[in-house]
Design a binder for this molecule. Structure first.
Ligand code: SF4
Length: 227
């Protein structure tokens, strides 16, 4: 089990400002700049992850060497027996979301921006872990997140399996609620795995969404390759 207690998170300020979409809010720029500064002290990026071999794929079920069973159309279709995958949970801790809730009482707009800055920081933390995994697995990985998109390809209930494997409450303080949400909320979980073709959940998600990373291609059609 790999535990990273201090993931270095460096903001690319230009990219962050672009993601905040503040073009029409020029008068708020100073306040948002000071929120960005404040956020640096509020985030505590940490992660836990491990490497496990896929030992069997049957239907939509993937048996891992630990004995755990993951279920998901997309995993069963894109993974192969014998390959290593990396389940992970990453978080930036609870301080930023606590501060955003406090701000929301006085200024909903600033609370909204602080929340978005938190999403950005969490994404960088996750990408840092992705790079570590790619070095170990020797190739570019896809990210499979439980419940992403419509949730049809890899269901949210699969969080329970990831938490069973990683026990992140012990190492990085992330808990799972009975409805499979993570606390702190600014946490992300998933499985990194090398795939023939990159999987991006947005490609199969029809939702109208400003965070879309890739154009909608339509329903996912399983290839049912032989494993
Ligand atoms: S389009 Fe939006 S909701 Fe759908 S998977 Fe992408 S980020 Fe998630």
């Amino acid at each position: 089990m790999q535990v990273v207690d201090h993931i270095p998170v460096e903001y690319d300020e230009e990219e962050l400002w672009r993601e905040l979409h503040v073009e029409t809010l020029k008068e708020k720029k100073k306040e948002i700049a000071s929120l960005i500064e404040e956020s640096r002290k509020l985030i505590k990026p940490k992660a836990v992850y491990t490497y496990l071999e896929v030992v069997r794929i049957e239907g939509d079920s993937i048996r891992l060497e630990s004995g755990d069973l993951l279920n998901g159309v997309i995993l069963a279709d894109m993974l192969r027996c014998g390959q290593k995958v990396a389940p992970y949970v990453a978080t930036i801790g609870s301080k930023l979301e606590d501060r955003a809730s406090e701000l929301a009482g006085d200024n909903v707009l600033l609370a909204f921006f602080l929340d978005k800055i938190g999403n950005y920081a969490l994404e960088i933390a996750k990408e840092n872990i992705r790079s570590l995994v790619e070095k170990t697995l020797g190739g570019k990985v896809s990210n499979f997140g439980p419940g992403e998109g419509t949730g049809k390809l890899f269901g949210i209930e699969q969080q329970a399996v990831l938490f069973q494997i990683l026990q992140p409450h012990n190492s990085i303080g992330v808990q799972l609620t009975p409805s499979y949400l993570m606390i702190p909320k600014k946490s992300e979980s998933g499985v990194f795995a090398v795939t023939d073709e990159e999987y991006v959940a947005c490609q199969y998600c029809p939702k109208k969404c400003e965070d879309r990373a890739s154009a909608f291609r339509g329903e996912y059609r399983p290839r049912r390759i032989s494993h």
